[in-house]
Design a binder for this molecule. Structure first.
Ligand SMILES: *Cc1c(COP(=O)(O)O)cnc(C)c1O
Length: 387
């Protein structure tokens, strides 16, 4: 059989930031103009308002705006006085920034493999990784799917550990009816443009309900300054720009709707991909993910990726090289084989286009192409498609 080279009928980008801007253009432009007119570019009015709105949205007492998700995690660690000599346990399958924040404050990142069924932290391995040096657990709600927070919080309590949630991909996701970011001592959010809530540049947020931690993070993000030119601690400059806060404040009003759209896209992908031979992203009971990414798994990942690209469909790989295999982390002394699930996922996972403005027609086109690939490569699961 010769396979006819297909011309792409449609273009399906991986994310489409233009489509979102087009839908809110006049409101965003007005918000930016107001900041330009007020001129309060640093720690201005829109930042304070956005912090209040965001804390309310998540359900914590406080939110502190910072300049990136990575800064948010680092200041949460610093605020909890975690540093050299301490260990912080996190997932072997996450964006490298998670681990970089731990080493960035001088502590040691201790990686734990994920559960082969759920992508979430393997709880047995997590408990075994705890040592007398462990100060905190940093669960990652990867792809917008919550970690199994009840057992993690119970474990943290038993061992007297802090919990800092890496919620950089999970703005609004819920676990047993409670919003992620409200479980730990603190949680960190990223407003990188492509995140579920994205700025027009870098941005981040720490949420907490602990007034002391809030205060120390507020100091740390602003040179440790208590009053102008009075410095209580050795801080940094990690503030969220007022301009970005003004944009984010507008966008936050739409976030619940955008997350709902992502959920309905995930449902449609799930229905249409049955029997196509790819493994669908798992979802634990009693969670509402926000589908920052929709990652399928297949043994034919790279071939499928090329096949989709020829049809105008862009995909992503999250993440192609696990953290412990990166040159940056040679000093951890880890090797191939140490985290078999994360390593296997790195070879098999493929993220499909996912953003709120995606249309049903585009999703149908992507799903049809995956079925077509399955038919040609004999990977389609006829048993499933028959039922
Ligand atoms: C995006 C991201 C970060 C870092 O956020 P930045 O704003 O890019 O610094 C950290 N952890 C995870 C899981 C992320 O996805």
């Amino acid at each position: 059989m010769t396979i006819q080279p297909q011309t792409a009928r449609m273009s399906v980008p991986f994310v489409d930031l233009h489509a979102q801007y087009a839908s809110i253009e006049s409101e965003v432009n007005l918000a930016i103009k107001k900041v330009l007119e007020r001129g309060d570019f640093i720690l201005g009015q829109a930042l304070e308002q956005f912090e209040a709105d965001f804390a309310k949205f998540i359900g914590t007492e406080f939110a502190i705006g910072v300049d990136s998700g990575m800064s948010a995690l680092m200041l949460a660690l610093r605020g909890l006085k975690i540093g050299p000599g301490d260990e912080v346990i996190t997932s072997a399958n996450t964006f490298i920034a998670t681990a970089l924040t731990i080493s960035g404050v001088g502590a040691t990142p201790v990686l734990v493999d994920v559960d082969p069924e759920t992508y979430t932290l393997d709880l047995e391995k997590l408990e075994r990784a705890i040592t007398p040096k462990t100060k905190a657990i940093m669960p990652v709600h990867l792809f917008g799917h919550p970690e199994d927070m009840d057992p993690i919080m119970a474990m943290a309590k038993r061992h007297n550990l802090f919990v800092i949630e890496d919620a950089c991909q999970s703005h609004g996701a819920t676990y047993k009816g409670k919003t992620t970011g409200t479980f730990g001592d603190a949680a960190a959010y990223s407003f990188y443009p492509a995140k579920n809530l994205g700025a027009y540049g870098d941005g981040g947020m720490i949420v907490t309900s602990d007034p002391e931690l809030r205060e120390s993070i507020q100091l740390l993000r602003n040179y440790g300054q208590t009053a102008k030119y009075h410095h209580a601690v050795q801080g940094y400059n990690n503030r969220l720009d007022t301009l970005q806060a003004a944009v984010l404040k507008v966008k936050l009003q739409y976030l619940a709707g955008w997350n709902a759209a992502r959920r309905s896209h995930a449902d449609l992908y799930g229905q249409l991909l049955r029997g196509s031979g790819v493994e669908l992203p798992p979802q634990m009971p009693e969670v509402e993910p926000v589908w920052h990414l929709y990652a399928i798994r297949t043994d034919h990942r790279d071939a499928l990726r090329d096949f989709l690209a020829e049809r105008g469909i862009s995909t992503g790989i999250h993440y192609p090289i696990p953290i412990h295999m990166q040159p940056a982390y040679q000093d951890l002394g880890l090797k191939e084989g140490d985290f078999p699930v994360a390593e296997r996922d790195a070879l098999r996972m493929l993220s499909l286009p996912m953003y709120a403005e995606l249309t049903d027609e585009q999703i149908e086109y992507v799903a049809a192409a995956i079925h077509e690939f399955g038919g040609i490569h004999g990977t389609a699961d006829t048993r499933l498609s028959a039922d």
